[in-house]
Every structure is written in C-alpha cells, then in structure tokens.
Ligand binder design. Sequence first.
Ligand SMILES: Cc1cc2nc3c(=O)[nH]c(=O)nc-3n(C[C@H](O)[C@H](O)[C@H](O)COP(=O)(O)OP(=O)(O)OC[C@H]3O[C@@H](n4cnc5c(N)ncnc54)[C@H](O)[C@@H]3O)c2cc1C
Ligand code: FES
Length: 286
Amino acid sequence: MYKILKKQQLTPLIYSMDVYAPRIAQSGKPGQFLIVRTSEKGERIPLTICDMDAQKGSVQIVIQVAGLSSYKICNLKEGDSFTDVAGPLGRPSDFMELTPQQLKDMSYLFVAGGVGAAPVYPQAKYLHSMGAKVDVIIGARSKELIIMEEEMSKVCDNLYICTDDGSKGEKGVVTTVIDRLIAEGKHYDTSVAIGPMVMMKFAVLCAKKHNLPMIVSLNTLMVDGTGMCGACRVSVAGQTKFACVDGPEFNGYDVDFDEAMRRQALYKPQEQAANTKAGLDFLVRK
Ligand SMILES: Cc1cc2nc3c(=O)[nH]c(=O)nc-3n(C[C@H](O)[C@H](O)[C@H](O)COP(=O)(O)OP(=O)(O)OC[C@H]3O[C@@H](n4cnc5c(N)ncnc54)[C@H](O)[C@@H]3O)c2cc1C
Ligand code: FES
C-alpha cells in the first residue's frame, strides 16, 4: 500500500501529498508522472511527480480538485493509502539528455499556469542545480490560486507572479509577462509551458511571435498510461502521438491544441453528471 506520509492544503482546492512509493522515488525523473487509484475499481488518475526523496522513499504530488476522482484523492488523510501508484510513466524531459557542461550554458523560461507550478518545480529545481539560468512565470486567476511561490523562488534566478485580477504580482496573463521580458531584452534558449491547455496554446502563440522555442506538457485524458488504450492521442506535427508514452512533453509549435482541447472535453456531460450526483455542485460549470 502507498501510504500518505504528509498532506498539506495549499489553496482551498489544491493539496500537496508526500506518498510512500520507494521504487518511484529512486527512479523518477523530471517530466515524468504517475497514475494513482484510490480503490480496486477507482479511476486511474495521472499526476506529475513534483518532487522525490529517495531516502524517505517518498514522492510528492500536488493535486487540484477538478472532479470526482481528484475530490476523493484530496479527501484522503495522512496515514491513508492509495491502492495503486504506478510509475514513473512518460518520457523524462529532453534536457535530461544534456551534459552538465551543456546545461551550464543554457537559459530557460518556465511558464506555469495555476497547478502547473507543481510540474514546473522539479524541472526548475534540476536545471537550477545544474547551473542553468532559470526564470519562472507563475500565473493564476487570483492570489489564492498561486502555489509553491516560496519553494519555486529557491530554484530559480527570477520569479515573476501575475494574476488576472491583479491581486498579486503583475496584473495580466502569462503572455503579458513573456512579452514584457522579451521587450526588456531578456534572452532564453528555450522555454517550457505547463498549465491548462488553453494557456499553453496562447503561450505557444506568444513564444512563436518571439522565435522562442517552447516545450509543453500535455495533460490529455489518460487511462492506462502505457500506450495501449489510445485515450491520450494527440496530433503533433501532423502525426498521431500518445501523450503517455511519446510525451507528455512535446514541441509546442507542433501540437494541434484545438483538437486536443476538443478531445479533452469529450466526457464533459458524464463528468458534470458525476459531480452533480456526488453533490459537488461547485465544480459544475454552466
Ligand atoms: C500527464 C498528466 C499529469 C497531470 N498532472 C497533474 C498534477 O500534477 N496535478 C493535478 O492536479 N492534475 C494533474 N493532471 C490532471 C488530472 O489528472 C485531472 O485533473 C484528473 O484526472 C481529473 O479527474 P477527476 O475525476 O477529478 O475530474 P473529472 O470531472 O473526471 O474531469 C475534470 C477534467 O479533468 C480532465 N481529466 C478527467 N479525467 C482525466 C484522466 N483520466 N486523465 C487526465 N485528465 C483527465 C479533463 O480535462 C476533465 O474535463 C495531469 C494530467 C496528465 C495527463
Ligand atoms: S493513456 Fe492509454 S494510450 Fe496513453
């Protein structure tokens, strides 16, 4: 059993958990994810590996209540256990193939939307520890939704916060900050955007305008997470790819975001019905 060793509430709907999963804690790499289940018949929920402690044998996950399964996970308490934790899954980030010498000369811009700060964290932490220059933008609707600010500030050179309503940091969306940084003369070799699909779509359009390469991490629907079911398929450079085994990271310039967003909304009626049935009306979008 995969025991929850520590649980923390980060915002009203976002929680962090340290879960005992020693094999994953030994072998997970930035960019990879795991799949958890809360019961034998439970839904398989993909979550990014946010941090690992090989000595304690624990992995950190950060999860936002998005529907019934994530709600159930967020209701687990310290001492409770997951039935399964499968991983590490997916390909590690491409930069894991670069040598320490190459990484030292690189400069990265990370763009995180909401809970996307969690998957950005292990990447920024690794690159910063290797001597790369790392700037991070965290954007959210309002200040209550900004997470991991303190942790992130320790693993980057500059941290920029923005909120749609201006309640914290700069008023505006992440693309406003990208535009400003580039206009101020900042240069980045490459960038990484992780967050809601629509945010990644617009971050890529913005990056393209500045000739800034951009990797995105796709949070497509997933079932098995091993390339067998096809649930996570996406079109990348005109080819069908499976986000669980070919990704989840892809060159953002090549991703067909409109198709990916349509596929992500395929089960909206069923998801909303499940939320209503469980009394989770605050999650039902009109
Ligand atoms: C590789 C990957 C990494 C992820 N990392 C994180 C993370 O670190 N933290 C986090 O909070 N969320 C993460 N997600 C998203 C998370 O898996 C979904 O929010 C969760 O599955 C929603 O399930 P639900 O039953 O609570 O919500 P539902 O009501 O079923 O769905 C709400 C929305 O979540 C998405 N979703 C639903 N089922 C799945 C599924 N099986 N796989 C993927 N997306 C689904 C859909 O967009 C859906 O519209 C990740 C997704 C992927 C693919
Ligand atoms: S989740 Fe089944 S093929 Fe990717």
